[in-house]
Every structure is written in structure tokens, then in C-alpha cells.
Design a protein around this ligand. Structure first.
Ligand SMILES: C[S@@+](CC[C@H](N)C(=O)[O-])C[C@H]1O[C@@H](n2cnc3c(N)ncnc32)[C@H](O)[C@@H]1O
Length: 238
């Protein structure tokens, strides 16, 4: 198990998810870059977005991902998030059929109800990935896809940077950040009965440097990753 504290080069004060996103909500969408997640989603061969009947977005935040899914033809999107303020923005956006305030590992939603489960940019906030993959597996119908976009562990380690925001007083504040090696994803996914069907990694390229010129020293480093899993009808213990 890799500990973020061993790589932390910023030393920002760290707050829990609900506190952090409750304060970040007003500026969140101006600071999160589409290059992190949307660029990877756009490159995926699967899913065939327009064929998706019912999706659930775990850690839906302000509904950025939900809006993108709807723009791609996904017929229906439910959202789950722990932070009421983020859900408030998602609600005003009006792209979800249902929004639920809950932990992604215990959503309370009906099992086997979705042909697509999505989780974008939330894995670093979870201490353990097993319960996320298990809950996604419970929610997905047989043959369902699970699409995750994650903050790349290499980038967190190389930069020493947690997920963070600037609060109203100008202080940089970190939100609880965990490092999950890609092998942790593989073992958690396989253990929950998922099969990996596609994976992409996004690197710091010209598009990134146009918005983050200070990242020149990270040119070519992987910064995010997308994994696409398919639900099988079995599970194994690992
Ligand atoms: C970086 S934001 C991502 C939001 C959205 N998926 C996007 O890509 O814009 C992370 C979100 O995950 C939520 N979150 C983090 N841990 C969570 C948990 N255990 N259960 C539910 N939501 C969680 C936070 O409240 C926040 O809204």
C-alpha cells in the first residue's frame, strides 16, 4: 500500500471530502480541466454511448460528467455524491433523472439496474478500491460496463500534489488523497467480477501545457487514466 504522505511535497492542510468539496463547489468547474477526464472519455472505443439506456454516475459532483454523457446520447443518468453542495449544482443543471446523497460504496440504489456505471476523478478520495468495484458490480446488470477515470498514481507521486483547491482566503487546501497503484485497480476489479476491456492513459501534452505552463517539467508524464470494465456473471476471491 502506497501512502500519499510519503510523497506530499505541498504540505497543504488536508480536509475531508465533504468539507473540501463543500468549499470548492463555487470554483470547481473553472479549475478542473477537461484534459483530465473528458479527453480520455472521448477516445474510448467502448461504450457505445448512444446505446446506453441507463447510467449511474458515482461521485457525480456538479454534473459535469452527467452533462457530457447526455450530450453523447446516454438516455438516462442517475448521480450519487457525498457532498450536498456539489449535488445542489448538479440539481440545478437538470441532466440527471435522480440524484442521491450517499457514499459511492453504499448507494442504496437498486441492484442490477444499470447498463453503465461511471466514476470520474473520485478514486483518490477512497482509502480502499474494493468496495467501489463491488458496489459498481452490484449496480450493473450482467454485461454492464464500468468506466473509471482516475488521477494517475504516477502523477500524484511524481508531483507530490494532492487534489486541492484555493479557498476564499487564498489558502491552498488539500482534500483527503490516497494513491492507488494501477495494479490495485486491476485486483479490485477482477475480485469484484469485472473484466478489463480497455485502458487509456493521458499524458501532459501541449493541450495540458497550454492551460498549465508550470507543468513543463512533467511533459510526457501520465496524469490520468481511463479503465473500461465489463460485468461478468461470476466473481473470484483475490
Ligand atoms: C473531483 S470531483 C469529481 C466530480 C465529477 N465526477 C467530475 O468529474 O467533475 C469528486 C467528487 O466525488 C465526491 N466523492 C468523493 N468521495 C466520495 C464518496 N466516498 N462517496 C460519494 N461521493 C464522493 C465528491 O463529493 C466530489 O463531488
Amino acid at each position: 500500500m502506497v501512502r500519499f504522505a510519503d510523497f506530499d511535497s505541498r504540505g497543504y492542510r488536508m480536509v475531508d471530502v465533504r468539507t473540501g468539496y463543500g468549499q470548492w463547489v463555487g470554483t470547481y468547474e473553472q479549475t478542473v480541466e477537461d484534459a483530465m477526464d473528458v479527453a480520455l472519455l472521448e477516445d474510448l472505443v467502448e461504450p457505445s454511448w448512444g446505446s446506453v439506456r441507463r447510467a449511474v454516475d458515482l461521485g457525480c459532483g456538479t454534473g459535469r460528467t452527467g452533462a457530457w454523457l447526455r450530450s453523447r446520447g446516454v438516455a438516462s443518468v442517475d448521480g450519487v455524491d457525498l457532498t450536498p453542495e456539489m449535488l445542489g449544482v448538479a440539481r440545478s443543471r437538470g441532466v440527471h433523472d435522480r440524484l442521491v446523497e450517499a457514499d459511492v460504496v453504499a448507494t442504496g440504489l437498486s441492484g442490477g439496474a444499470y447498463d453503465l456505471v461511471v466514476a470520474c476523478l473520485i478514486d483518490e478520495h477512497l482509502a480502499d478500491l474494493g468496495p467501489l468495484y463491488a458496489e459498481a458490480g452490484r449496480l450493473g446488470e450482467p454485461g454492464a460496463l464500468f468506466v473509471l477515470v482516475v488521477f494517475h498514481p504516477h502523477f500524484i507521486m511524481a508531483s507530490g500534489m494532492p487534489t486541492h483547491f484555493t479557498d476564499g482566503s487564498g489558502e491552498s487546501v488539500a482534500i483527503t488523497t490516497h494513491v492507488h497503484l494501477l495494479s490495485e485497480h486491476v485486483m479490485a476489479g477482477v475480485g469484484a467480477g469485472w473484466s478489463l476491456v480497455e485502458m487509456r492513459e493521458g499524458v501532459v501534452d501541449e493541450r495540458w501545457l497550454a492551460v498549465k505552463p508550470k507543468w513543463e517539467r512533467f511533459r510526457g508524464h501520465p496524469v490520468s487514466a481511463a479503465l473500461v470494465w465489463r460485468r461478468q456473471g461470476w466473481s473470484v476471491s483475490v
